[in-house]
Design a protein around this ligand. Structure first.
Ligand code: OGA
Ligand code: MN
Length: 252
């Protein structure tokens, strides 16, 4: 117990030093992963749990395996990241924005996607600035031992872009899937793999970082409605604008 208290206070100091605000009572540590469970402070604004059943559902899950950090990136940081993401997509796909109608496995619709090994074509200063920002605001939230796959940039087209329900390929990556949300708000619906009616929705605003891990990453599918009429949060239609996400996955 004492050790745990000591452990917590070390972590709190660490988080404070990094200027991350959180409620200490929700600081959890499980399977070598330390995180800030923000559900309590942002529940009604960002989560719709109306259809979430917790009893008799197998495999079991913990909602604390979905972590949302709203307003994690300042407006300036968001603009910086979206500008360089769009530049990167332009270098790869050309100056005309042509969205791919559907993913090879028909999961993602009307999108552009690329993997990032470098952000620029040789601008070291920008490269450094982006990497420092991502280290500070993403990688430093996790233990150092975690190895990360290259980032994916995913752009969804205004109105018609979307993602059908899926679990990220378990062969490709490990227990953590994190996303930075940019440009437009989006609604993500997560459904239990054995009972799609057991579901919850999350409003992902630009500037937020979300993390799915363990029981949510493996036991829930996630989707972004393709039909703009279905893009609703608590019965309010959320207009579907162009949206970019930066996706982080750990090595299995
Ligand atoms: C994916 C995915 C979600 C997002 O690329 O597999 O589910 O926030 N992306 O873009
Ligand atoms: Mn996915």
């Amino acid at each position: 117990m004492r050790n745990l208290t000591k452990f917590r206070s070390t972590l709190i100091k660490k988080f404070k030093k990094r200027n991350i605000s959180f409620s200490t009572s929700f600081l959890l540590n499980r399977s070598q992963f330390i995180y800030n469970f923000c559900y309590s402070s942002s529940s009604s604004t960002y989560y719709d749990l109306t259809h979430l059943q917790t009893f008799d559902i197998i495999p079991k899950f913990s909602l604390s395996d979905f972590i949302l950090l709203p307003n994690h990136f300042t407006l300036q940081e968001q603009t910086f990241l979206s500008t360089h993401s769009l530049k990167k997509l332009k270098r790869i796909f050309g100056k005309d924005t042509i969205y791919q109608p559907s993913h090879f496995d028909h999961i993602i619709h009307n999108y552009r996607e690329c993997q990032v090994t470098s952000w620029t074509s040789g601008d070291n200063e920008i490269e450094r600035e982006i990497n420092n920002l991502l280290i500070q605001k993403v990688y430093n939230l996790f233990p150092k031992e975690i190895n990360w796959l290259p980032i994916h940039i995913l752009e969804l087209a205004e109105s018609i872009g979307g993602i059908k329900s899926h679990v990220d390929n378990v062969e490709y990556s490990g227990n953590i899937v994190a996303g930075i949300c940019l440009i437009s708000p989006t609604v993500m619906i997560l459904r239990h793999v054995n009972n799609p009616e057991c579901r919850f929705s999350v409003l992902l605003e630009p500037g937020s970082l979300y993390i799915q891990r363990d029981t949510i990453r493996y036991n829930f599918t996630h989707e972004i409605p393709i039909d703009p009429e279905q893009h609703k949060f608590k019965n309010n239609l959320i207009p579907k604008g162009q949206r970019i996400s930066l996706m982080f996955r750990n090595v299995k």
